[in-house]
Design a protein around this ligand. Structure first.
Ligand code: SAT
Ligand code: MN
Length: 610
């Protein structure tokens, strides 16, 4: 029988040909003192074995094989349920490198703290060495990383979320460079000590070393805190690499949009975490648009570069989805529901009595009894949510029925449009087309959104979230704006830029726009704008559709309601510009002067008439 090949810590590094990786393994072993070492090959056998072990230890619960084949549920520690922005640091020698929107720490101080926290932190545990690639190995901007982790949950999740395994080590060769990612849950097991299902540490540090490109995370096993290829590498370190190399690392979905005539465009869209990126990426057009096709390339991250043809090309560096479960249903996102039918790991969802999963919004009728995400009995009248609002699924991208045939093209896809969207109850209209790249960049730079459960903290408060990158831009935000302007100026054909808001509410507090599949109507107008076939009229913010320009057939939405959805209210915008000004003031002299000029232009347009 085949077995996982655990290595003796002291000699594990000898099994690795890459010299730098061997050195790092040796150092990590000395520092963290694991029980043994496993170099992950990314095989299905390895995945199944590690999952089986986690079932034994209680970290995973195997779901009913008939209802949810090859799938598991995990319950995290209640203190470890989301990204922790106030424990996330960009470390460098110079505080000015990271700007006021990031938490800075001196890199030497950070290393001293981290080494202290990691000292003996893997005692009694296996140290997994996980070689992975972000983006296709043949692609120009593919980045290789190696994550060292003491979490088997992280090791298996990374197999779903990244291109993982032996071929990465082969590609690295003896001298190849990679991004080192060091991770520990920070919960050593002493001799005879019983383990808990979700080991973690109350004290968390997620550190990005700007000067060396390393990532070190200790204390958490959840999502972006622990799956270090995602926000840490693909965005925070990625944005630094992108700036140096002249491309963009963005918090964006990528979708394909094909008209009934067979004309196809590709669109990228930035929304803050938990604002419906996955739903838009997998949108299923409503019945009257069934001759339109929406296809999925990515749901969270886009790396955008200038192609040889001078256009902006985008790749999804990921390999799977780590999506928000609550709210996902056959009504809101049927493609996701099909993708989740098998091969998934669910975290912090509720369990049904027949061994399946459930979360708020999955079905209209709530089950009569569940085990909630805390492991407690749950009934509809108990007054607690059954799933945590940031409960997530991990699912292979290839499960997705709307997957675009180009999803793994190493060159990516050429973009015709870029969307910026926030969650705004007021102020922002359903859709606006920027007049040019500069006003589009201004839209991105001043994006605001109500906070969600994806990060620990208050939910529902409007905060500025430039480019939906506030928690993910690994350097000074003002310089990032300048980088966007420069990138656009170098393109020979720029994508059109649009601002969208699916979340506007009426005075009764109800959403004015149905959203979900009906967003197809807005996508169709955007498609037609890229082809020059849809009408629009100028407004202070940019080109906007009039009633009749967006196809509303079959929707019960009259002209007055449409106008409310599209309303650009000068007094709301004066307040909005003031709030945008606070962000610009905070970023100081680094804000490109063109953006300040654009702001002045808008201020003049919205000024109170004397
Ligand atoms: O960063 S996570 O991967 O935990 C999820 C998100 O915030 O989008
Ligand atoms: Mn995200």
């Amino acid at each position: 029988m085949t077995k996982l090949r655990y290595l003796t810590p002291a000699t594990a590094h000898e099994r690795v040909r890459n010299k730098e990786l061997a050195r790092r393994i040796r150092v990590a072993v000395q520092l963290c003192q694991p029980k043994n070492v496993l170099i992950c090959d990314g095989s299905k056998f390895e995945y199944d074995e590690l999952c089986a072990q986690m079932v034994e230890t209680g970290t995973l619960i195997r779901l009913n094989e008939k209802l949810r084949p090859n799938s598991y549920a995990a319950r995290s520690d209640p203190s470890d349920v989301a990204r922790v922005e106030d424990r996330t640091f960009i470390c460098s020698k110079n505080p000015d490198d990271v700007g006021p929107t990031n938490k800075w720490m001196d890199s030497d101080d950070a290393m001293t703290i981290l080494c202290g926290r990691l000292d003996g932190s893997m005692r009694g545990r296996t140290m997994f060495v996980v070689p992975f690639a972000m983006a296709d190995l043949e692609g120009k901007i593919c980045q290789l990383g190696v994550q060292i982790s003491d979490s088997p949950y992280v090791a298996v999740t990374k197999r779903t979320m990244t291109r993982l395994g032996a071929r990465i080590l082969k590609k690295l060769g003896p001298d190849g460079q990679f991004i080192p990612c060091m991770h520990s849950v920070g919960a050593p097991l002493e001799e005879g000590q019983e383990d808990v299902p979700w080991p973690c540490n109350e004290t968390k540090y997620i550190c990005h070393f700007k000067d060396t490109g390393e990532i070190w995370s200790v204390g958490s096993g959840y999502g972006g805190n622990a799956i270090l290829g995602k926000k840490c590498l693909a965005l925070r370190i990625g944005s630094n690499i992108a700036r140096k190399e002249g491309w963009l690392a963005e918090h964006m979905l990528i979708l394909g949009l094909e008209s009934p005539e067979g004309k196809k465009i590709f669109v990228a869209a930035a929304f803050p975490s938990s604002c419906g990126k996955t739903n838009l990426a997998m949108l299923k057009p409503p019945a009257q648009f069934s001759d339109w096709k929406v296809t999925t390339i990515g749901d969270d991250i886009a790396w955008i570069y200038k192609g040889e043809d001078g256009r902006a090309w985008a790749v999804n560096p990921e390999f799977g989805f780590f999506g928000v479960a609550p709210g996902t249903s056959f009504a809101t996102n049927p493609n996701a529901m099909e993708a989740l039918a098998r091969d998934c790991i669910f975290t912090n969802v509720a369990l049904t009595d027949d061994g399946d999963v459930w979360w708020e919004g999955m079905t209209e009728e709530k089950p009569a009894h569940l085990i909630d995400w805390l492991g407690q009995d749950w009934t509809p009248d108990c007054g607690r949510p059954a799933a945590h609002p940031n409960a997530r699924y991990t699912c292979p991208i290839t499960n997705c029925p709307s997957l675009d045939p180009e999803w793994d093209n190493p060159n990516g896809v050429p973009l015709s449009a870029i969307l910026f969207g926030g969650r705004r109850a007021t102020t922002s209209p359903l859709v606006v087309e920027a007049n040019d790249w500069l006003s589009g960049v201004f839209m991105g730079a001043t994006l605001g959104s109500e906070t969600t459960a994806a990060a620990v903290g208050v939910v529902g408060k409007v905060r500025r979230d430039p480019f939906a990158m506030l928690p993910f831009c690994g350097y000074h935000m003002g310089r990032y704006f300048a980088h966007w302007l420069k990138f656009g100026a170098e393109l020979t054909e720029q994508p059109l830029i649009f601002g969208v808001n699916w979340f506007r509410k009426g005075p009764d507090g109800k959403f004015l726009w149905p959203g979900y599949g009906d967003n197809m109507r807005v996508l169709k107008w955007i498609f037609e704008r890229t082809q020059g076939t849809a009408d629009a009229h100028p407004s202070a913010l940019g080109m906007v559709p009039s009633f009749g320009d967006i196809d509303l057939t079959g929707l019960n939405l009259d002209e007055a309601q449409f106008n409310r959805l599209m309303n650009i209210d000068p007094s709301e915008w004066r307040a909005e510009l003031d709030s945008q000004g606070e962000l610009f003031d905070m970023l100081g002299v680094e804000v490109p002067v063109q953006l300040l000029e654009r702001k002045a232009e808008l201020e003049a347009a919205f000024a109170e008439k004397a």
